[in-house]
Design a protein around this ligand. Sequence first.
Ligand code: EPS
Length: 377
Amino acid sequence: MAVLRFLTAGESHGPCLIAIVEGLPAGLDIDLEAINRDLARRQGGYGRGGRMRIEQDRVEILGGVISGRTIGAPVALRIENRDWPNWRDHWAAGDLPKLTVPRPGHADYAGMLKYGLDDARPILERASARETAARVAVGALAKLLLSSFGILIGSYVVEIGGVVAAIPELPVQELWALAEASDVRCPDAEAAVRMRAAIDQARQAGDSLGGIFVVTALGVPVGLGSHVHWDRRLDARLAAAFVSIPAVKGVEIGPAFDNARLPGTRVHDEFVWTGTHVSRLSNRAGGIEGGISNGQPIEVRAAMKPIPTTLTPLRSVDLATGMDAATTYQRSDVCAVPAAAVVGEAMMAWVLAEALLEKYGGDSLSDMERNFGGAEQ
Ligand code: EPS
């Protein structure tokens, strides 16, 4: 049985998003503003569409927390969709706009066939990245747990639409601060200007852009995950969690694809003795060896494809008539890579919180603190 689990429910244009989180220890202080801050960070970013001017995501906690502290019971979260009043009557009347021409790259086609539907509406409502708002709220809870054990998570964007950032050689927390101040979450200010221009150009051309972001976790103790079973390996679990983010189709732990092109002597992170502890000369393993955290920062990079909804029509087929047809525009973002980076933080936090609970778990935070006592950093 999983020690920690969550489930989300809710549609993009329905009344709200819901999440239930089970397995958090009792006694964890829940800082609502920290959750809301992450929700706002996810909503930001240059390249978002009109929907983000409507929404102002705020979390409500409906269970599992009394007087600001977890009680060990499932935590129920709710985020209202402020767009709902614009959809409520259509929802009730059953006259929501139909979509019978599937968008290439979207869940529309496979979902319609899977469920035997003549309309992609039920598919796109749930496949929408709106669902990631609930995940960010869940991830913010996981971050609160992790921060009690000195584990910090942050992100930055390294590439949008083929514009590649030159990431300065700075401590990662400084990169996070630079990213936080950038509306494309990019620590390279000069590349950020070009990323914004690329997004403007894509918007004018009726197109969309993808990109690459990096999520890092600092302060992770040695020994999370396991080498003994395929499904307990920390890298495998992180890869699955990142690829579960809509439009993320690729993931690497550390510079994995670069490593694949180099000989072993230039890849593996050599050990040195500092006089007090073992240290490393590099972190090309991205903080994980043998499926186990090794005490170095954990670094995951993820590749997001361009959003499949484009103003410029793509060739498709009208499944109602069987005739060739062009896709019709649905309101969408031009680029959501900066937002996806924040969702990536949430997924990293979730996986690490679960792995931390597996190793140091207890019913209460003080149980965990006692178990964590002698953890190797
Ligand atoms: C999305 C389409 C757009 C995005 C949405 C994801 O929504 P709408 O059709 O309501 O304009 O804005 O993202 C969000 C709502 C969000 O909260 O991130 C899609 O089709 O996936």
